[in-house]
Design a protein around this ligand. Sequence first.
Ligand code: RIB
Ligand code: CA
Length: 313
Amino acid sequence: MPRPLIIDCDPGQDDAVALLLAMANPAAFDLLGVTVVAGNVPLSLTAHNACVIRELAGRADLPVFAGCPRPMLVSPRSAAHIHGEGGLEGADLPVPIQPLDPRHAVVWLIETLRTAKQSVTLATLGPLTNLATALVMAPDIAGKIERLVMMGGTIGAGNVTPVAEFNVYADPHAAAVVFGAGLDLTMIGLDVTHQAPATPARIERIAAKGTKAALAVAGLLRFYSARYAAAGRGDLAGAPLHDPCVIAYLLAPGLFAGHQMHVEVDVSDPIDLGRTRCDRAPRDGHKVNSMVMERVDAEGYFTLIAEALARLP
Ligand code: RIB
Ligand code: CA
């Protein structure tokens, strides 16, 4: 039976590929809706971009909800230097016809979880503001969340500061709420996603599938990789394909490996703000609160994505 799934995102080229990967697997996922948060670019753009991807996949039936327009406490950050001013540059994309659902994402999330007949899997691909706000407003929803798989955090090096990853750094207080909520949480951080660069060969493999979705993704990834190189990460073989790792993990967990850890988000020290302190041997009374992924079979991952895009329009 397809598992009920809600994706929260901030599209973003990599978010877009993750959404397409999920939509290409209807036998695996009953995708209840997509909630959007401010992150890579402002909310008005991330919400628009999610509707563009829905249109590209031919899924006008899928509701998209705009959520929180800014982090809980810190000032909004942008990653437009990587994703482009519009947040989804690099391809010729359709103009969305179906409008956003008028309900606020957080209100919809709470109502949907409370009324769900079975627990729902959550996949988060951006800052955790929407989910954290929902958990603060309605703590009871934690019991209706089957599991949370999130792209965010890092065991080692950061990508926004030397120690912090963008999704956590963009709203560290929201991340601290989520890591402290007692959820069945799987963290897929930079240690994994940097093992899966969108190399030119992998992008061409995707383009060769020839569908509108595959050709669009190839263009998005070429732009995304060029921006990574321009931002000083030319040392990477291509832009790390962060967000689709979450969906790939739900589809094929055998492609990944990790360990249970205690993860704590630093919200105090200005130098370490947004750092995810990952401890495999919890101490000082700490308990395991996450499964933290450490490795991915990158070739298997990109094969999964290419084959999925071949199934889309
Ligand atoms: O650090 C990578 C994460 O930040 C990805 O989710 C990317 O889309 C950006 O949101
Ligand atoms: Ca994202």
